[in-house]
Every structure is written in structure tokens, then in C-alpha cells.
Design a protein around this ligand. Structure first.
Ligand code: HEC
Ligand code: HEC
Length: 272
């Protein structure tokens, strides 16, 4: 499973401009905006790293879906100035003087990864969301706390378990498609960046947990009981990925239930 993921990660992803058609459809009428749909190749690694940078540096203004700033939709190639990926890299590095878009002081290599992410924002592995139905957040809450048992592992605004990431701000950080993928294929991607790892200590003892933080000297893990554990790097013999303990919910919810859950989570914009 994991090997599969790393292996797949080596392939370049060709971004086919099927988007172009949609964009023309959606925004063709608005002549004020230049629409960009470039063909380009980026690696899965670039896209994943770009997603992390995006969530750290851009989400506050542009939102998880990239459409918060009026007149701009980062995921659908709707820009005012940028005509191609090189323009985007330049704008991300330098900002747009005289507007609310700041210079980000990032390297152009990093900006290129962000562009790779923007170019895939609207799709995950080439598929569109299956939860196209309109969700009902109230019913989603009931599923989150009841049938889904999500609250056993995830906290929302102070209540719930600790063995999964806190989801109080998830509607701000993730797009519906990320949430859908997390629910259906827990092992497939970790958009919030907290991934499960297994550490073997020098003594041979193994500790598994969610990697929530690391620095030069230590790793901080939250184990399956929800306790924070700190491990000195000098005590680590081996560190590697381990399968997620979030169960896969594929087949457990119908499309409407999935849409309800996603609607509920998209509403969680608690921690600003
Ligand atoms: C402090 C808020 C803020 C932050 C942080 C920010 N942006 Fe912006 N961004 C804006 C605003 C406001 C505009 C619209 C500027 C204008 O009026 O043309 C904009 C415009 C853009 C554009 C559109 C350029 C065009 O051709 O119209 C892109 C692309 C963009 N931002 C990407 C990013 C990325 C990527 C990041 C993170 C690295 C980021 N922005 C961080 C506020 C922000
Ligand atoms: C047994 C514990 C457990 C249960 C039950 C659980 N999760 Fe998770 N969840 C996790 C863990 C651990 C992660 C961290 C990443 C990973 O291991 O997949 C996670 C990650 C996530 C993420 C973030 C994606 C990421 O990996 O960055 C979302 C969204 C999510 N879960 C939603 C849900 C929903 C909705 C339900 C109920 C339908 C649910 N979870 C049930 C443990 C759980």
C-alpha cells in the first residue's frame, strides 16, 4: 500500500486541459478576466508539497477552495493578470504591488510547487467528487457523531477524541474533495500533514503515532490513545510510515450521506 504510494509518486502527472472547456463554460461570458489553462507536467511530490505551502501561506486570504478573493478562482484558472504558469510563479514570489496580494518571499522553486498544486486543486487523481449531491450539515453532524463514529477520534471545538487530527478548522483548510478522499481512502493522502509513522527506538521498542511535530532533536507523536509522546532523535533507530488507523469508509455511506458529512465538515471554520 505504502510502497504503492511512493512508487506512484514518481510518475509525472500530465495535467490535461479538460478544465479549459469548463472554464469557458463558466466564465466565457466575463470578458474582464483572462482565463488560463496551461498544459504542464508536475510530479505528485511537487503537488503534495505545494498543497502544504498553500495551506500554510495562502489559505488565510484565498480560502481552501481558492475562490475567496473576489474575481479570482485559483483552482479554476481564473486570474486578472497571470497568463501562464511563469506569471503565476512571479506573482507568488513578488506579490502584486498596490493590491492586497503580498510578496511571499518564497523561492521560485517553492512557488512552482504551489502552482503545481493550484493546477490540480479541482481534481484529485483526475476524478471529480462523487459527492456532488447537496449536503445537509445538520444530518452530517448526526453521522459524524453517530453512525460514522468520527467523533471518537476527532475533536471539533473541544469535544471528541484525540487520536486523529483536530477538525475544528477543517472547512477552512481543506477542499470538499480532500475531505471526501480522507473519508473514503484514509491511507491515500494526508492533506492536513499529520501522517501516521512507526518509530523503532534504539532499545528495539516500537512506537506508532501521528507525527504532529518534529525538530532537529525530537519527534512528537500522538499515539492511538490520544497521548502526546516525545522521542529524542538520538534514541531513534528507524522511522517509517505505517498504515493509518482511520478506517476506510468506502461503501459505508451512500452519496447523500457522504455529501452531508462533507457539508458538516466544510462548515467547521472555528479556529481563525
Ligand atoms: C494577505 C492576503 C493574501 C495572501 C496571504 C495571499 N494572497 Fe494572493 N491575492 C490576494 C489578493 C487581495 C489578490 C487580488 C489582487 C488584485 O486585486 O489584483 C490576490 C491575487 C492572487 C493571484 C491572482 C493573480 C492574477 O493574475 O490575478 C494569485 C495567483 C495569487 N494571489 C496567489 C497566491 C498564493 C499562491 C498565495 C500564497 C503563497 C497568496 N496568493 C497569498 C491576497 C493574498
Ligand atoms: C479510529 C480513529 C478514526 C476514526 C474513527 C476516524 N478518523 Fe479521521 N483520521 C484519523 C487519523 C489518525 C487521521 C490522520 C491521517 C491518517 O492517519 O489518515 C485522520 C484524518 C482525517 C481527516 C484529515 C485528512 C488528513 O489525513 O489530513 C479527515 C477530514 C477525517 N479524518 C475525517 C473523518 C471522518 C469524517 C470520520 C468519520 C466518518 C473519521 N475521520 C473517522 C482517525 C480516525
Amino acid at each position: 500500500m505504502f510502497m504503492g504510494r511512493w512508487y506512484r509518486g514518481c510518475f509525472a502527472v500530465k495535467l490535461v486541459s479538460m478544465l479549459r472547456f469548463q472554464i469557458l463554460l463558466l466564465f466565457g461570458a466575463s470578458l474582464a478576466h483572462i482565463v488560463v489553462a496551461q498544459e504542464h507536467s508536475y510530479t505528485q511530490g511537487d503537488i503534495a508539497a505545494g498543497g502544504q505551502f498553500y495551506r500554510m501561506n495562502c489559505v488565510g486570504c484565498h480560502g481552501g477552495d481558492g475562490a475567496t478573493v473576489s474575481g479570482i478562482d485559483l483552482g479554476r484558472g481564473k486570474f486578472k493578470i497571470a497568463k501562464n504558469d511563469e506569471d503565476l510563479v512571479r506573482i507568488i514570489v513578488n506579490g502584486i504591488p498596490g493590491t492586497g496580494m503580498p510578496s511571499t518571499n518564497t523561492s521560485s522553486a517553492r512557488a512552482t510547487m504551489i502552482v503545481a498544486y493550484l493546477r490540480t486543486m479541482n481534481e484529485v487523481k483526475g476524478r471529480q467528487s462523487i459527492a456532488a449531491a447537496r449536503g445537509n450539515a445538520g444530518r452530517g453532524k448526526v453521522l459524524f457523531e453517530g453512525k460514522g463514529g468520527c467523533i471518537g477520534c476527532h475533536r471539533i471545538l473541544g469535544s471528541g477524541g484525540r487520536s486523529g487530527p483536530d477538525l475544528s478548522d477543517v472547512g477552512h483548510l481543506l477542499r470538499p474533495i480532500d475531505i471526501e478522499t480522507a473519508i473514503l481512502d484514509a491511507d491515500d493522502q494526508y492533506p492536513l500533514g499529520t501522517r501516521p509513522v512507526r518509530v523503532i527506538r534504539k532499545s528495539g521498542a516500537a512506537v506508532s503515532g501521528l507525527l504532529v511535530n518534529q525538530d532537529t532533536y525530537s519527534l512528537q507523536l500522538v499515539d492511538q490513545e490520544g497521548s502526546l509522546r516525545s522521542i529524542e532523535r538520538s534514541d531513534v533507530k528507524h522511522e517509517g510510515p505505517t498504515p493509518s488507523w482511520m478506517p476506510s469508509y468506502r461503501g459505508k455511506f451512500d452519496a447523500q450521506e457522504l455529501a452531508d458529512l462533507i457539508a458538516y465538515l466544510m462548515r467547521q471554520k472555528g479556529v481563525q
